[in-house]
Design a protein around this ligand. Structure first.
Ligand code: HEC
Ligand code: HEC
Ligand code: HEC
Ligand code: HEC
Ligand code: HEC
Ligand code: HEC
Length: 260
């Protein structure tokens, strides 16, 4: 029984890695500092400027996913929003924060009153740019995990090492919080494969309710039917896991219920 399970896990693992490698343009697994980075290039190269690299590791350490993906309205797909420089200047998208108040603006006056351009910080793809934050320095004291950014983000949040802002004046609305459903068990429907414990509480910290409902999951138990293959294909749980939340190679982080 135990041996069968292990063999199955190993064969599935190899299959999933093979699948992962044929996806998109990624040829090798991303390094910890690259995991969750998004290259945005709908208009940049066409306008003779380097594509934009947006890193999740820094932004998710400061804000909830919900704030950006619901209140600000970023698509959950690389390039999906169709951001333009004029939008940013008008205070939308990146410009909600990158306006010289919440974070640096595209152009700012330095102390001597000279105009300083920060274009390179965002338009950094393929260029040597001096950033303020270094990933490895930034995560040095964070609890570790095995894959992805190799950071245990849940523990980092629980221990107060990251403090997530969930409200920005002008784009967010104050609402009464909804009751959070209890943890549910999702059946793996495969002999020997441990079931999954899904924690609404832990997910709501980052995602609120609206990142998942109703677009990714129906709001009734059992209505959304999906398989592990769908997850590997980037749907359902895979809408986040494998892209920004910990990757699907870490079977045991989801298949947690003990079978023995
Ligand atoms: C906070 C991040 C950020 C900063 C700073 C920034 N940009 Fe952008 N910019 C973007 C994003 C995101 C896009 C959309 C990229 C795409 O789809 O190719 C973009 C698009 C552009 C485009 C493509 C055409 C268009 O009109 O959208 C140009 C040109 C551009 N930026 C110029 C600049 C210049 C010049 C600066 C500095 C004065 C600057 N940007 C600073 C984020 C930024
Ligand atoms: C500061 C804003 C911000 C925060 C916080 C944020 N995101 Fe994003 N996210 C973005 C932007 C910007 C994009 C790219 C959208 C585009 O290219 O149009 C993106 C893209 C994504 C994608 C698509 C990636 C891909 O490769 O296609 C996923 C999945 C995602 N985010 C999940 C999350 C999750 C999960 C969290 C919280 C742990 C989170 N995001 C937090 C701004 C944010
Ligand atoms: C919800 C607010 C928010 C949004 C939206 C946001 N950022 Fe940021 N961003 C920040 C903050 C805060 C920092 C840290 C600034 C600091 O400490 O100087 C930051 C830092 C950065 C840095 C790091 C520069 C460095 O020197 O290490 C880059 C690059 C960046 N943002 C790009 C983007 C791009 C591109 C977008 C839009 C696609 C975006 N950000 C949207 C808040 C935001
Ligand atoms: C990360 C994604 C995600 C987030 C965030 C999320 N849910 Fe869910 N929700 C699910 C999934 C998956 C199911 C289906 C569970 C099943 O089929 O057994 C579900 C089912 C439900 C159900 C029906 C099942 C039950 O136990 O009655 C309710 C009600 C619900 N969610 C409410 C909420 C509320 C309220 C929030 C915010 C506090 C929220 N959800 C946040 C993924 C999410
Ligand atoms: C909207 C994005 C999103 C979706 C969809 C999502 N998750 Fe998550 N999940 C997260 C984030 C963010 C974390 C925090 C950890 C991290 O980022 O690595 C997390 C953490 C977890 C954890 C660790 C919780 C713990 O108890 O330690 C488990 C298990 C998990 N997710 C399972 C699932 C399953 C199963 C599904 C599908 C039914 C799912 N997730 C769908 C974003 C998502
Ligand atoms: C993000 C959470 C998550 C991760 C990581 C994960 N699984 Fe799953 N897995 C699920 C969920 C949820 C289901 C239940 C789908 C359903 O309702 O049938 C599932 C179902 C399965 C099933 C049952 C049959 C099927 O195809 O649906 C197998 C086998 C399985 N997973 C194997 C794996 C292996 C092997 C890994 C590691 C390479 C893995 N899983 C990683 C969440 C996850």
């Amino acid at each position: 029984m135990k041996r069968g399970l292990i063999l199955m896990v190993i064969s599935l693992l190899t299959a999933s890695l093979a699948i992962a490698q044929t996806f998109g343009v990624r040829k090798r697994p991303p390094k910890p500092h690259e995991y969750g980075n998004v290259v945005i290039n709908n208009y940049s190269e066409k306008n003779n400027i380097a594509p934009v690299v947006f890193n999740h590791w820094l932004h998710r350490a400061k804000y909830t996913c919900r704030l950006c993906h619901v209140d600000i309205g970023f698509a959950m797909q690389a390039g999906g929003t169709g951001i333009m420089e004029d939008d940013n200047k008008a205070g939308l998208y990146c410009g909600v924060c990158h306006n010289g108040k919440e974070a640096f603006a595209p152009e700012e006056k330095d102390r001597s009153g000279r105009l300083k351009k920060n274009c390179d910080l965002c338009h950094s793809y393929g260029r040597e740019v001096e950033f303020k934050y270094d990933f490895y320095e930034f995560v040095k004291k964070f609890p570790r995990s095995r894959f992805g950014n190799k950071v245990d983000w849940l523990k980092a949040e629980e221990r107060g090492l990251v403090k997530l802002k969930d409200y920005i004046e002008g784009v967010s609305i104050r609402r009464k919080p909804l009751n959070i459903p209890l943890d549910t068990e999702l059946q793996a429907k495969e002999v020997g494969m441990p079931d999954i414990i899904f924690s609404h509480k832990k997910h709501a910290v980052w995602n609120g309710c609206e990142v998942c409902h109703p677009d990714i999951f129906g709001i009734k138990k059992g209505v959304t039917v999906f398989s592990m293959q769908d997850i590997f294909n980037g749907k359902f749980c895979g809408a986040c896991h494998g892209k920004v939340a910990f990757p699907n190679t870490d079977c045991r982080l989801c298949h947690t219920k003990d079978v023995f």
